[in-house]
Structures are given as C-alpha cells and as structure tokens.
Design a protein around this ligand. Structure first.
Ligand code: MOS
Length: 693
C-alpha cells in the first residue's frame, strides 16, 4: 500500500470495513432513545388533504406521534421546494408526503401509517407527456444552466437542401436510480444543535439546506455521511427524509430514524424525466453534416422546474454549420424529476448517436468513418478550442480492439440458429465540471499526515483517490496519509455529482498538501516535526474561473448483441469502451467507474423504465422485481480502456470526470447493434422483447 504515483491500482481504503459490515450507513446509527418514523404518501395525484384522522393510529402500541401539515414544525423554504414537506394541505402529485407516523419501533411506525385515515379533495390530474401537449413551453434554461435554445446558421434551409436527410424521433420512458441503499436519515437535537446521519452525495449542501429550513447557523448543524451506498444523482440534493427526521426529532425531543421504504422512492427522490427527441440531420453524399436539429420535449412537476438538458451534447459532438437545439417542457402533476446518471448526455446521446447510425445506413457509410468525418476542430456551439479531444482516437482504438473491420455492414448478415447477431458503435461525451472546494492538511504528531475535506464517497473510491492525490502532492507514500471525509464539520466541499468530485476536492487537497509540504521543508524537512503544521486551501475563484477552452471527456462504445428471433430477447454479448478522460488517477477504481457506467447504459438500453399510470398518476415500478437493473447474468464480457491525455487546462491532477461517461452512448451502441442484427430500427427505450417482436 505504498504507491506514491498517481494512477496506481490502489484498492479501496474502506473496502475491508465495507465487506465486514463495520462501515456504518445512515440508518445504522441508533443513538440512545431513538424513535422510528414511517412516512405516508398521498394517494391522490392532485388535490388537497381535508382531514387527518389519527385516533386509531395513536391508540396503537408504541405509537408516539403523527405529524401532518396541521402540527408539523414550520420551516423556512430552502432553494428546493420539494423540501417544504408537511407545510400545507396541497397535494402536487401522488406519493407526496402528507403525514409522518412516529413510534417506538419500525414495525409500530409502519403499523400506525397503515392505520391513518386521510381524507382528500381530489382534483383532475394530468400526468401523461404527449407531443403537442397544451402545457408545453420553452423554458429559459435547462438543467445545468444551459440555454434551452441555441441556433446557428439557417437550419431549416440547410436541412431542406441537404442531399441526404434523417428525420427520426426517439422516446424514452422515465427512469429511476434505485441505489442499493435507500435514502435514510437519523436525526438528533441537542438544544439548538442538530446532528443528522444522512445518506447523500454532498453533506455540505444538506447542512446548508437544514440550516435554512430550521433557521440555524450552518455551524449548528452537523451532517455525517461517512459511507453512502450509491446515489447516481438521486442523493445529489437533500431529500425529504432528512427534513422529516429533523422535524420529528425536534417535536419529540428524541432521536428519530427514518429509512425510506424502496416502494416510496419513485415519487420522492427524483427521476430521469421521459423525453421525446426529434433528430434531423442533413448531410452531403460524403457524409459531411450541414444541418443538425435536436429538439426535446420533456416533463417537470408543478413543484419545481427541472428540464433534462438532452439536446446539449448536439452542441459539442459534430461539425454542423447550421443547427438548432431546443428544449420544451410541460409542468405536469408528476413527481419532480432530477439528476439521474449523466442527466442530459445519457438521454441526448441515445438519440443523437442512434440518428448518426441511421445517417450512416442512409449514406452507405461506415458509422465509425461518419463520426470521424464530422469531428470538429473547435466546439461547434461556442467556437472555443477543445482543451483536448481524442474522440477519433477512441473510435479507432475501439474499432481495433473490437475487431470492427471484420464486420459485414449488411443487417441480418449473421445468424446462429434462432439468434440474430449484430454489432454497433456510438460515441460518448461528458463535460468537465468542477466546483470550488476547501481542504486542510496537517502533520500528525508521531509521523504522517492528515487530510480533511468534506468529500463524499458514494461507492466510487473517492476516499482512496484523494489519498493518492494527497500523497502525490506531499511526495510521500500513500500509507502516510490519513484521510477524513464525509462530515459537514470538515472543510466545506461540493457534492459527488456531475462527475466533478475528484477534480473539485482533489484540486483543494492538492493545494493544501503542496502548501503543507512547503511548510515541512521550511521546518527542516522532517516528517515528524514536534509541532503540528497545518495548511489550508480554498479554490474559490480558481476552480470556478471561466475557461477559454471547451472541456469534455470523450469515448467510444462498441456492442455485440444476440437477438432471439423467436422470443425477442436481446442479450448483450460484448461491450467495449475506450475513453479519453485526462489522467486516470487510479486504474483500478477508474476501470470500475467505466464498466459500472456501461452496466447502467446496458440497463437503460434493455431493462430500465418507469411506466406512468395515467389513472392513478404514479410510477408502476416500485421495487427491484419490477424496475429491472442489470444483474451479473446480464452483463457480458465488458472491457474498458483509456487513452492517456496530457491536458494542462483542467486542474493540477490533469483529470477529467469519469463517473458518468460510461453510461453515455452505450444504449445507442446497443440499439445500433440491434438494428444491425435484425434490420429493425427501434426508437424507444427500453428495448424490451415486446418492442423487438
Ligand atoms: Mo450524477 S446524476 O451527477 O450524481
């Protein structure tokens, strides 16, 4: 365990704690006197709570209290209105929390919740997104602060006069994250001080939201999130359970634990909004794209506007002198969508990369060559040079490793009994995002160093990689570094999201460690000085400075599928990804990030989808028996490779984010392989057997 060099395949520092069960997650903290809460979701899709009958519930053994809008503590609205729970009688969507049962045990709380009688006045609801929906409007901004509309040149004229045209519409159902560890919080008040153990992707943000809601100073709130069992975006923002736990603990004057049951998650932790995406591409006969149109229709809730930024990758990927990229959204009576696993890019690149395949077929051109032919020298939307862009190299290297040149491009050209075999390719991209962070480094009496930063390890290996970044900056073996993360009383840090964690935290860790190293040198260079030396870093103004470069990671995905002509079942046989994402700081956890993303892309292609029930107004899939994620049996031979990039325009480590790019484009590669296998173009995800037949 003494690899000083970045990139070394160091195993997870907390791996042993996790596999032995010693690592504690939010619901595993049980302070003395803990009570248990169970939330009660609304059973109408829109309307008003008219009465909460709690007599039966409160008469049950172990019952402690029922909170509803009648008696719940008032909170000051935070940035996100989904956190203003139990504040009024309005029900904006089915599954919105209308009450909270609290008891001496989990079982008693659940029993109370079932015994509550809630009366409603239901209004008409509207939960189904359609093209041409009357409530569609063009917002100003899509998620991530992207302008909803961008236009370059004259798209209509260029498209109309193009020699070869593709006009295709792709649709995706809503999807849900369903992390292994459902959202959970244990809250405890000590006078005016609040401590919560919470499962999230960034506890500085949770702390600040709780401070606003309960009118506390941030230092009065401590949020502990030492181990987190996945989030994928659904824990990137504070969720109602942390507010409800804190409310209940305040009301009861004792600790309260609230672990959300999985069958409630779909309504309260966000989802990838469904999209209808129209792609129009016009090209000359040699494949040069002259016109690119990518128009999105999606939904949001009436609680908050969230617009899946699915057209944004079309602003970056290919040369297109005339382009139009737009988003329209309808605010329906549905749960509020949010971040899910490469929001924007994952959905948008499914459509763009499928349409590119359709264009290649229409041109009779190899789909790798079509992409190479349209690789831009500068970012089409901004005109900025790329800090580094090795998409072509990823495509070429992937094609070589995959054996692409042996491919017969004709659909239905390979058959094994009832199985039709096909291969497909798609590009990947993900933006380089980074946020300011603070970090502290100090010497430890007796030897070694301690690094403190409120990073969150949601299972990615963040803790381990940060120790490597610190060791590298200090010039010491990694086992000389202790690393503290996952508590909001550590130096403030941004969330584990947008594939930006390592870049953001690592930048501050690097600076703090470099400063500490200088102090140690000044003090004589000894690793065990008699006094503790301390250095601090805050990358505000530096990490968030506007870059003159367009900064994105790129990649290429290759897939081989076997489609059963009798049953319509598609199995992925091989998935191969090649990425260009700056320096890879740990080859082992990095590889896991890439193939983990590819597995999610496989799920998106073939299995995952949430169905909106139009009459009840909720998502039908609310457990892992109905919301299918890939199992080991679904994941074939998976290979992830990367091209080393030396990009000096990123951060001191030279890294780009790698958490999400593995998802982006994978579904298109699989869909393109299904077309190659069967000759049938499916334009709707997931590609379940009923759609294949
Ligand atoms: Mo990710 S969807 O940015 O947590």
């Amino acid at each position: 365990m003494s690899h000083p060099e970045p990139g070394a395949p160091l195993g997870r520092l907390e791996g042993q704690l996790k596999v032995t069960g010693a690592a504690r997650y939010a619901a595993e903290y049980t302070p003395r006197g803990t009570a248990y809460a169970w939330p009660v979701p609304a059973t109408i899709a829109r309307g008003t709570v008219t009465a909460v009958h709690d007599t039966d519930a409160l008469a049950m053994p172990g019952a402690l209290a029922v909170l509803s809008h009648h008696n719940a503590p008032r909170v000051t609205p935070a940035d996100d209105p989904v956190l203003s729970v139990l504040q009024n009688a309005h029900v904006p969507h089915r599954g919105w929390y209308v009450a909270l049962a609290i008891a001496e045990s989990l079982e008693a709380a659940r029993g109370m919740a079932a015994a509550l009688h809630i009366d409603y006045a239901a209004d008409e609801h509207d939960v189904v997104l359609t093209e041409g929906h009357a409530r569609l409007y063009e917002p100003e901004l899509a998620n991530g602060g992207h302008p909803a509309r961008r236009e370059h040149g004259d798209f209509d004229a260029a498209y109309a006069s193009a020699a070869v045209r593709v006009d295709a519409t792709y649709t995706m159902a809503a999807q849900h994250n369903h992390p292994m560890e459902p959202h959970a919080s244990t809250a405890e008040w000590d006078g005016d001080r609040l401590t919560v153990y919470d499962s999230n992707q960034g506890s500085t943000k949770v702390r600040d939201a709780l401070a606003t809601l309960f009118e506390l100073r941030p230092e009065q709130v401590t949020v502990v999130s030492e181990h987190v069992g996945g989030g994928f975006g659904s824990k990137g923002t504070p969720r109602p359970q942390v507010v409800l736990a804190a409310m209940a603990a305040r009301q009861l004057r004792r600790p309260v634990k609230l672990a959300l049951p999985r069958n409630q998650l779909a309504a309260v932790v966000g989802h990838r909004a469904p999209t209808v995406q129209r792609l129009r591409i016009g090209a000359d006969r040699k494949g040069g794209i002259s016109a690119l149109g990518h128009e999105i229709i999606t939904h949001t809730s009436t609680v908050r506007e969230f617009v899946e930024q699915a057209a944004t990758p079309s602003r970056t990927m290919y040369t297109a002198p005339n382009s139009r990229t737009t988003h329209q959204v309808a605010a329906l009576d549905v749960p509020t969508p949010s971040w899910m696993r490469a929001p924007g890019e994952a959905s948008g690149m499914y459509a763009l990369e499928s349409a590119m395949d359709e264009l290649a077929v229409a041109l009779g051109m190899d789909p790798v060559e079509l992409r190479v032919r349209n690789d831009p020298a500068i970012e089409p939307d901004t005109g900025k040079p790329f800090s580094s862009r090795h998409l072509v190299e990823c495509l070429r290297e992937g094609a070589r490793r995959f054996g692409w040149e042996e491919r017969d491009p004709r659909p239905r050209s390979r058959r094994e009994g009832s199985l039709l075999i096909g291969t497909g390719v798609a590009s990947a991209t993900y933006p380089v995002l980074v946020s300011p962070s603070m970090a502290e480094a100090c010497t430890v009496p007796g030897g070694g160093y301690r690094v403190r930063v409120n990073a969150t390890d949601i299972g990615t290996g963040a803790r381990t990689v940060l120790a490597q970044v610190a060791a590298d900056a200090l010039g010491v073996p990694v086992d000389h570094v202790l690393i503290d993360i996952g508590r909001s009383d550590l130096p403030a840090a941004p969330l584990a999201g947008g594939s930006s964690g390592t870049a953001s935290w690592g930048w501050a860790v690097h600076h703090a460690c470099r400063r500490l190293r200088a102090l140690v040198m000044e003090a004589g260079g000894a690793e065990t000085p008699t006094t503790t030396l301390r250095a601090f870093a805050d990358t505000s103004g530096e990490a968030d400075a506007e870059s003159p470069y367009a900064r994105h990671a790129f990649g290429a995905h290759f897939a081989e599928v076997a489609v059963d002509a009798d049953t319509g079942e598609t199995r992925v046989r091989r998935l191969l990804g090649v990425y260009a994402a700056g320096r890879i700081l740990n080859s082992r956890t990095g590889h896991s990030q890439f193939i983990g993303g590819m597995v999610m892309g496989l799920g998106m292609a073939l299995l995952e989808g949430s169905t909106m029930d139009p009459s009840f107004g909720d998502f039908a899939e609310r457990d892992l028996a109905s919301y299918h994620v890939p199992t080991c049996a679904d994941t074939p031979a998976m290979e992830a490779h990367w091209i080393d990039e030396d990009d000096r325009h990123l951060n001191p480590m030279g890294s780009k984010g790698i958490g999400e790019i593995g998802i982006v484009g994978t579904a298109a590669a699989i869909g393109n392989a299904v077309h190659h296998a069967t000759g049938v173009r499916l334009r709707e995800l997931p590609m379940t057997p009923d759609k294949v037949l």
